[in-house]
Design a protein around this ligand. Structure first.
Ligand SMILES: Cc1cc2nc3c(=O)[nH]c(=O)nc-3n(C[C@H](O)[C@H](O)[C@H](O)COP(=O)(O)O)c2cc1C
Length: 355
């Protein structure tokens, strides 16, 4: 596949995933992935298996009820911004088969929080919802200056609060100018405080529980910066960290690698595992970590769990390996747990730090 057309091919594969929505077939497919050993309870939510769909794959929430049929244990839809936006001009997604990597500069193309709320309400009313946990990825509108970012994130969260089982505050996309500056302690503090206020208020008003709020970080931070973010997250009662987003670094020069944007897939694997390791060590395993970056098989999934991830996500591997990859990973995780004598996934989390 050449340089162009990656985004078009991507929408075709999204349509194929809908095949799994045929009645009967759905229950059959889901049964194939079920195994008690990979189930877990984290952040007050139940996960049938740890493998989640990473943000960006279903930006508009077009396919919410069907992802579980291909074996995902949870999904994160979005990124959604307060205002609707088109994102960057196409082409904006590129693929390197040689490196099993994608480079994207989508720039948060999404319908915006208001349209998204209306769409999600319609899906819920028609019972076209997922039975697995649904996270919503919160981005910042391009036109909102960084010093008003707190209101942008919290405003989107308020509009979408009813629909999410958890929220991810994404301050790490490389494709919105200066977004990653929001990872600095004081900026992040302001954003999380605003989101916490909305969370507390809506929980009180509705009688529901507060929703877990996680922060998604960049692999391009220095380890010291990662530790500061972990401290900020802990001090503001954040529920966890998603590590990591895409990187602006490149494994090689030339061709597709010269495209501007965030790189995902295999070349990201080692650094994102290292970020998980740093986070786990710094927080003594007290802060749940979602490991994401270059997971494409059981070894890369197990590596993230060993480093300290309780949950996983993938995006690029779905493009390169196809939807069979979730089943392969979950079966393999089951096997790994048995081989190591762990009764559950939670026992295995962070084991590299103990051996
Ligand atoms: C086309 C594309 C769009 C993405 N959009 C988002 C997004 O909106 N929000 C976000 O937090 N991450 C986004 N990501 C990053 C992924 O969620 C994930 O962190 C990254 O791809 C690393 O995982 P992978 O190596 O399994 O692909 C996007 C990734 C790709 C390839």
């Amino acid at each position: 596949m050449g340089l162009f057309g990656s985004e078009t091919l991507h929408s075709i594969s999204l349509k194929n995933i809908r095949i799994g929505s045929l009645p009967g077939l759905r229950a059959l497919l889901r049964g194939m992935y079920r195994s008690p050993a990979v189930q877990s309870e984290i952040m007050g939510l139940s996960f049938e298996n740890p493998v989640g769909m990473a943000a960006g794959m279903d930006k508009k929430g077009s396919n919410i009820s069907n992802w579980e049929n291909v074996g995902f244990g949870w999904i994160e839809i979005g990124g959604v911004t307060f205002h609707p936006q088109d994102g960057n001009p196409k082409p904006r997604m590129f693929r390197s088969g040689k490196h099993s990597a994608l480079i994207n500069r989508m720039g948060f193309n999404n319908p915006g929080s208001e349209a998204m709320a209306a769409h999600l309400a319609k899906l819920k009313s028609k019972a076209k919802w997922a039975s697995i946990p649904v996270g919503i990825n919160l981005g910042k509108s391009k036109n909102t200056p960084n010093d008003e970012a707190d209101m942008d994130y919290a405003g989107t969260m308020e509009r979408l609060w009813d629909f999410a089982d958890l929220f991810v505050v994404n301050v790490s996309s490389p494709n919105t100018p200066n977004l990653r500056e929001l990872q600095a302690g004081s900026e992040l503090d302001r954003i999380l405080t605003a989101c916490n206020d909305v969370n507390q208020r809506l929980a009180k008003d509705t009688g529901a529980k507060q929703k877990p709020i996680l922060v998604k970080i960049s692999p391009d931070l220095a380890d010291d910066q990662i530790k500061v973010i972990a401290d900020t997250a802990l001090s503001l009662n954040c529920s966890g960290i998603v590590a990591t987003n895409t990187t602006t670094s490149r494994p090689a020069e030339g061709g597709v690698m010269n495209q501007t944007g965030g790189l995902s897939g295999s070349p990201l694997r080692a650094r994102s595992t290292e970020v998980v390791r740093v986070l786990y060590a710094h927080t003594d395993g007290k802060l749940p970590i979602v490991g994401v970056g270059g997971i494409s098989d059981v070894e890369s999934a197990w590596e993230k769990i060993a480093a300290g991830a309780s949950l996983l996500q993938l995006y690029s591997a779905l493009v390169f390996e196809g939807p069979g990859v979730m089943k392969i990973i979950n079966k393999g995780l089951n096997r790994k747990l048995k081989e190591h004598g762990y009764k559950s996934l939670s026992e295995a989390v962070g084991h590299a730090h103990r051996s």
